[in-house]
Write a protein of this length. Structure first.
Length: 227
């Protein structure tokens, strides 16, 4: 897992602006969903095309959070990215045309195609039959049209999301931002998210803490559930 966290001076500055650093003290499990983002073999497996090595180290914390929330009557949602349709078309033309090389685009799209080996959830994740499994086709699972997750959670009267997964600074941060903007309370778990480097991880934690949600460690979240 990442060794670095939000620097104390930034924590202090955030706390001065809103009165304290942590916002939420308790989690009502029945109104809470653990949203686990993109823990797929494409990111987690050794030698995978878009490997995030530190993602392997967060699996135990994700499993602890999932078990505690299930036991408390909450919801666990496993979110995966699938980018290509049956004809091979994808919705990310600007990203792949301008932000990647052709070689990276081919490897990324192949890995993110439903049915491919790398698209599957990573080994070691404790997925239960009653958990939600939801597919998205954008970085954020809450942006309009990306996935049905928002509608599913609202039908279950869920108002709080606990976000874990990879990458901290891409799909997880994007989802946290959008979740808050459409009315969810957000808890972002610093030691259950992973990026490629410590710097990218910390920058994302700072962004989330600054305006979009609580940043807490796994032990804190378990305590908020009474575990």
């Amino acid at each position: 897992m990442h060794a670095a966290g939000i620097p104390q001076d930034i924590r202090d500055r955030i706390a001065r602006r809103r009165g304290r650093f942590e916002i939420f003290d308790r989690l009502d499990a029945k109104k809470t969903a653990l949203v686990v983002i993109d823990m797929q073999k494409a990111f987690v497996a050794k030698g995978a095309p878009i490997e995030v090595p530190l993602a392997r180290g967060i699996i135990p914390n994700i499993n602890r959070l999932a078990g505690a929330l299930r036991n408390a009557g909450g919801t666990v949602a496993w979110i995966t990215t699938a980018l290509t349709d049956a004809k091979g078309a994808h919705p990310w033309t600007v990203f792949y045309d301008h932000f990647t090389t052709p070689e990276f685009a081919r490897a990324h799209l192949t890995a993110m195609t439903a049915g491919s080996e790398f698209h599957e959830l990573a080994d070691g994740l404790d997925v239960h039959p009653e958990d939600l499994q939801v597919s998205k086709d954008r970085f954020s699972c809450f942006i309009q049209g990306a996935s049905p997750l928002d509608g599913i959670l609202r039908e279950k009267d869920i108002d709080t999301v606990v976000i874990a997964g990879t990458l901290t600074n891409r799909c997880c941060e994007s989802s946290a931002r959008d979740a808050m903007m459409i009315g969810y309370k957000v808890v972002f778990v610093e030691d259950a998210n992973a990026a490629v480097t410590d710097d990218e991880h910390v920058w994302a934690l700072i962004n989330v803490a600054s305006a979009f949600g609580d940043v807490r460690c796994t032990e804190d979240v378990l305590g908020m559930l009474g575990s």
